[in-house]
Design a protein around this ligand. Sequence first.
Ligand SMILES: Nc1ncnc2c1ncn2[C@@H]1O[C@H](COP(=O)(O)OP(=O)(O)OP(=O)(O)O)[C@@H](O)[C@H]1O
Ligand SMILES: Nc1ccn([C@@H]2O[C@H](COP(=O)(O)O)[C@@H](O)[C@H]2O)c(=O)n1
Length: 227
Amino acid sequence: MINQGPVITIDGPSGAGKGTVSQLIAEKLGWHILDSGALYRLLALAVAHHGMSADDVDTLKVLAEHLDIQFQQTEQGAIDIVLEGEVVTQAIRTEEVGNCASKLAAIPAVREGLLLRQRAFSQSPGLVADGRDMGTVVFPSAQIKIFLTASAQERAQRRAQQLQQKGETVNLEALIKVIEERDERDANRAIAPLVPAAGALVIDSTELTIEQVVEIIFAEAVKAGLV
Ligand SMILES: Nc1ncnc2c1ncn2[C@@H]1O[C@H](COP(=O)(O)OP(=O)(O)OP(=O)(O)O)[C@@H](O)[C@H]1O
Ligand SMILES: Nc1ccn([C@@H]2O[C@H](COP(=O)(O)O)[C@@H](O)[C@H]2O)c(=O)n1
């Protein structure tokens, strides 16, 4: 693997705060960011758009390798995610797309198809990589490995708040069930299951604020001489 700079991996279950924390750490360090879940979500959307079958694993692998994706900076400094020419930044964030992504993510050919694309994000001055297998499979030599978790109840409440802010109606019990199902599938699949990487620092954020989590990880970066 060509490593173009240091890597901090942040793995963990859905809603643990990986994306939020990765963004803040990357901003603080001036590093690149990889939201690997977005790649699985984009693939799920592309599969639906093309009416493809999840059984056709050879075609899925080719699609994963060649998926036409762009991350475009907007004038406001946000990132637009573009799939095959269409802005899908919001469309990929639904629980339905997350669930389809999680089903595709259990297929070895899909993971192989996305592997090199993910590694290509490792560029100077450094990368913060958020996902499920960043520390175990994609960047096993990462300088810092974090496993960020929180109780399913807390994660569902955070997700509910997020959805309510977007004007969506939420059934908390149903959301907990969906989150637990996704956890179960991600943690028990045969390939690249969601487990803490060897040597990972496990952070349970159930009782922590976003700022406290960022502080802990930043302190690790200082300790490792990355800052
Ligand atoms: N420690 C925290 N305390 C309170 N809210 C938090 C905390 N961490 C994250 N959140 C909030 O929880 C929600 C989910 O966070 P985020 O999207 O970062 O999770 P995630 O782990 O990336 O989830 P996914 O894997 O599904 O993308 C966001 O609204 C975020 O602001
Ligand atoms: N490294 C990864 C990242 C994600 N997945 C799968 O994609 C689903 C959606 O991810 P989000 O982080 O955007 O919620 C997730 O449930 C995983 O099944 C993965 O397998 N590996």
